[in-house]
Design a binder for this molecule. Structure first.
Ligand code: SF4
Length: 339
């Protein structure tokens, strides 16, 4: 695989959950792609479907209530193209891809690391499972991986328990575990939310260095546009389970098209600019109780038109890969914004 080769095509992915109140459409016909060596940022407020999108790509949707009900996750791996949604989540094929070719790091390492096993045991278990190495070789590889994520005295640190590591070191250990099998894709779900800003910067720099060194593609899930600006090549903005805007990072930051993306950008502070920050009124609709057939952002949108409350907006594409799901970009509705 060379830089720029297509690795992933997610097409009209829908993931639903059965709840007491009915069907919750956590991810609703979301599409995006990912190329070798690039970083895609997925951004949006809590509850907009970012994490469930990532878990769907890993075929790790919480069971038994959740399931992928539509669309495809086409993974173009070394052995050809497979549709991940066609595999059972516990199948041998899926276990081979998960961890080996697509890895994930989670928000809070303490919930992912087992407190009763040493860091070394947990790293070695992942290595032995996926790479079929013996204990001694796995220990050597585990120490190499800790050194690679810049943990000093890696040999000794292998015998420490998670509570003996600081928050930043635990997240480094999680990154080491996720990268120990040289995956093609690393999915990072809010990997720095629980860390202070200095450690956050160190972890993000480390991820970029490892990406340059190992050539993997990264899906970075975050609510923090600062992280996106610093790391992502392209961005998917999600709202209420929809992908509402997809473009390069530059396009989203300098010429955002969706009113939600614009509002998100207006709500971040800028150094040297003294102005009142704008907040987005209201909150994401309860996806249990929404009936389709309108724009879910309409109650919060300053530019809402009649049609927004009557019909779901389609996705418009400007032919340069900048897509937006908003009626403002339909010439027939406005004649102004659409180009
Ligand atoms: Fe606002 Fe209408 Fe666009 Fe929805 S479709 S974001 S309500 S302008």
């Amino acid at each position: 695989m060379a830089k720029g080769d297509r690795l992933l095509d997610v097409v009209d992915l829908s993931t639903h959950f059965r709840t007491e109140e009915g069907i919750l459409r956590a991810v609703d016909r979301v599409s995006f792609h990912l190329d070798q060596g690039e970083t895609l940022g997925i951004v949006g407020e809590s509850g907009c479907g970012k994490s469930i999108t990532a878990k769907s790509v890993m075929n790790l949707v919480p069971q038994p209530r959740g399931s992928i009900v539509g669309g495809k996750v086409l993974y173009h791996g070394n052995n050809g193209t497979v549709d991940i949604t066609s595999y059972h989540h516990q199948s041998r094929e899926m276990r081979k891809i998960r961890g080996n070719e697509i890895s994930m790091i989670f928000q809070e390492p303490m919930t992912s690391l087992n407190p009763v096993f040493t860091i070394g045991d947990q790293l070695m278990e992942a290595i032995m499972l996926h790479q079929r190495l013996g204990r001694a070789q796995a220990r050597q590889r585990a120490a190499e991986m800790l050194a690679r994520v810049k943990i000093s005295n890696p040999e000794q640190r292998l015998d420490r328990y998670p509570h003996e590591f600081s928050g930043g070191m635990r997240q480094r250990a999680m990154i080491a575990m996720a990268l120990s099998c040289n995956p093609q894709i690393l999915i990072a779900d809010e990997p720095t939310t629980a860390l202070d800003v200095t450690v956050e910067a160190q972890i993000l720099n480390l991820m970029q260095d490892l990406q340059d060194e190992m050539g993997m593609a990264i899906i970075m899930i975050t609510h923090d546009l600062g992280v996106i600006a610093g790391m992502a090549d392209r961005v998917l903005v999600m709202y209420a389970g929809w992908g509402v805007e997809r473009a390069t990072t530059e396009q989203v930051f300098y010429t955002p098209k969706h009113p939600y993306a614009t509002a998100l950008l207006q709500s971040i502070p800028k150094i040297g600019v003294r102005k009142r920050l704008t907040s987005i009124p209201g909150s994401v609709p309860d996806l249990n109780n929404v009936e389709g057939g309108w724009c879910y952002f309409a109650p919060r949108c300053a530019e809402a038109m009649d049609i927004c409350r009557q019909k779901e907006p389609p996705t418009f594409d400007d032919d340069e890969g900048h897509t937006v799901k908003c009626w403002l970009w339909d010439k027939q509705q406005t004649g102004i914004k659409a180009g």
